[in-house]
Design a protein around this ligand. Structure first.
Ligand code: SF4
Length: 364
């Protein structure tokens, strides 16, 4: 495919690997904070090609995986209501809640729909005036502009039977949470290129300086990732801790100003619970007060739900880079994509799904 093949060039990859081998003098731990990058790393076996001194830790970069079980259970309670059309991106339908998933709720008669954009929900709301359309607004800074736009447009068009169940999370506070966690081993980060395409990298600069940690904005193709790892390790070897942009074809320092403006017109920062990790201060977005009429959590009474995590799932440790999926006793046995115990085995960006889909359950 044009514009992709050149980022999968075998000879250039070999050269980057040779440069890395010549560069590295001691062990380093580098974390990617993006589920898409995790999948590319595992798909192309990049972690297995690196010099043994370089360890890649997979971070909490899958938005479906970090959505708290309590919020998923709330979403399921909404989807069971006869007066609700519940809309979501497809990934969420198979994520198990405390009892069942959205597919099962749909099979039992719930009106659960997959949409490709939150703006599709506005059409649904107009077409179903006797129902209330709820969109499950999960994701990092990447999905926030469109979700904000849907609320903005709903208000502008006078649509009153639409709301969003918000579970937005943001990357920089999660990095801080990892760096401040007891026993942290991460020494450098690969910044998620698509998040930085929206937000730029300004907000990472104080973080790099305060924690003395290199951060390299990185894309998703094999050469993007190898170059990102090379730049991060070069900083570590040289004792530097800066933000570097390894994805200049998509990312600028200030990001997408219009998208950022839309986010902060509709949302404001809030504390957010991350699944398997706990509450991280300032790590989420919530609707501003002037948009509370579009907040499903305020419109519907969602109290009294008791959530229960599956006993055998160690996805919290995996999301913090403390364990690898193939170190989970249930990986590939009790837990597979057909019988998932945790969200990290379901989502297209989940680390457990990546390890399974690319055959690592066959090699112990
Ligand atoms: S393999 Fe399954 S049970 Fe183990 S951490 Fe991943 S999702 Fe949880």
């Amino acid at each position: 495919m044009k514009y992709v093949d050149e980022f999968r060039n075998h000879a250039i990859a070999q050269n980057l690997l040779l440069s890395l081998r010549a560069l590295v003098t001691r062990p380093w731990v580098v974390m990617e904070v993006c589920g898409g990058q995790t999948h590319s790393i595992v798909k192309y076996g990049l972690d297995e090609l690196l010099p043994p001194e370089i360890e890649l830790a997979h971070g909490p970069g899958c938005p479906v995986c970090v959505t708290s079980l309590e919020l998923i259970d709330r979403a399921h309670a909404l989807a069971r209501r006869p007066d609700v059309v519940f809309c979501s991106f497809g990934d969420m339908l198979r994520v198990p809640g405390t009892s069942g998933d959205l597919f099962q709720i749909r099979a039992q008669g719930g009106d659960v729909r997959v949409v490709y954009s939150p703006l599709d929900c506005l059409k649904l709301a107009r077409a179903n005036p006797s129902k209330h359309v709820v969109f499950f607004a999960i994701g990092f800074e990447t999905t926030a502009p469109a979700n904000a736009m849907s609320v903005w447009q709903a208000r502008a068009q006078g649509i009153k039977n639409y709301s969003i169940l918000v579970s937005h999370v943001t990357v920089p506070p999660a990095m801080v949470g990892i760096l401040e966690s007891p026993g942290n081993r991460v020494q450098a980060f690969l910044g998620a290129g698509h998040v930085c395409a929206v937000m730029g990298w300004e907000e990472y600069e104080p973080l790099a300086a305060r924690y003395r940690v290199p951060i390299v904005v990185t894309g998703f193709e094999p050469l993007d990732l190898l170059e990102g790892i090379f730049l991060a390790v070069r900083q570590l070897e040289e004792g530097r801790c800066e933000v570097e942009n390894g994805y200049s074809r998509a990312v600028s320092r200030e990001g997408n100003r219009e998208a950022r403006r839309m986010i902060f017109q509709v949302f404001e920062p809030c504390d957010r619970a991350w699944r398997g990790i706990g509450v991280i201060a300032g790590s989420g977005y919530q609707l501003r007060e002037e948009f509370w009429a579009y907040d499903a959590a305020r419109i519907f009474d969602l109290g009294g739900i008791v959530s229960r995590e599956p006993e055998n799932c160690i996805s919290g440790m995996i999301l913090q880079g403390a364990r690898r999926p193939n170190q989970c006793p249930a990986f590939g046995t009790a837990c597979t994509p057909e019988t998932p115990l945790g969200a990290t085995m379901v989502s297209a960006e989940g680390a457990c799904a990546a390890y399974y889909n690319y055959g690592r359950h066959l090699v112990r």
